[in-house]
Design a protein around this ligand. Structure first.
Ligand SMILES: [Zn+2]
Length: 234
């Protein structure tokens, strides 16, 4: 498979376009206003968003490695249960001795990078060299955030991220893709959250891998800027 030329995306171009209603639903699902969402990565059978797609560079200019963000509360809490039960440790151990799994997981990492580049192109972000080769969730060799892997599996469709696919199978007592679990899953009364409370909401954004990647990207950006300054002074 040539990762560079075959982007796997579950939704077609028209279905990926976020409507005003989608953005409202995302804010309600996350209980905070959403920012920099450029597409919808996956949808419920009823049409509601399951995964928000963020461009590889935020409107503030900050490079952003985590493209797919799981937003549906029923899925996020089910995946949190798997994390709490120690599934990530089990997967990391398996990656250490199952060579074919490790290979498939590395391929998922390459797919992630390729589709992120394509999303960067489509959204006008263009190339983001600061995060080149940096994906998310612990890929390509570790599992550090199952939410990231499940978001990838939902957005890519089955057969791309082996560990995200497995986590989706493991939550099938709480969520399956053939049924709508939206009723009562978030508050639909009153206005959507408009005040930014994101700093106080614990979500997969606090994944240490993401934080680390953001710090590395910021460091790289500072170095590039410093180098450019030195060059112009010459
Ligand atoms: Zn639904």
């Amino acid at each position: 498979m040539d990762a560079a030329n075959s982007n796997h995306e579950a939704l077609d171009a028209a279905a990926r376009v976020p409507s005003a209603e989608d953005l409202d639903t995302l804010s309600r699902q996350l209980n905070r206003p959403v920012r920099d969402v450029v597409e919808i990565g996956a949808r419920c059978v009823c049409g509601n968003p399951l995964v928000a797609t963020t461009a590889p560079r935020l409107s503030s200019g900050i490079p952003f490695p985590t493209t797919y963000y799981l937003t549906h509360p029923v899925i996020t809490s089910a995946v949190s249960r798997l994390e709490a039960a120690g599934l990530m440790n089990q997967m990391n151990e398996e990656l250490g001795h199952d060579e074919s799994l490790a290979k498939a997981y590395e391929q998922a990492h390459l797919e992630y990078l390729a589709v992120r580049d394509a999303i960067g192109e489509r959204s006008g972000t263009g190339a983001v060299p600061e995060i080149s080769g940096v994906s998310a969730g612990g890929m390509p060799t570790r599992v550090k955030c199952l939410h990231v892997l499940v978001g990838h599996s939902l957005a890519a469709g089955p057969g791309i991220n082996p560990l995200g696919d497995r986590a989706l199978e493991d939550i099938n007592q709480w969520w399956t893709k053939d049924k709508c679990y939206c009723a009562g899953a978030w508050d639909i009364e009153g206005p959507a959250p408009s005040q930014d409370r994101s700093r106080h909401v614990k979500t997969q954004a606090v994944d240490p891998a993401i934080k680390q990647a953001e710090r590395a990207a910021a460091r790289a950006a500072r170095e590039v800027a410093a180098r450019a300054e030195t060059d112009t002074e010459k």
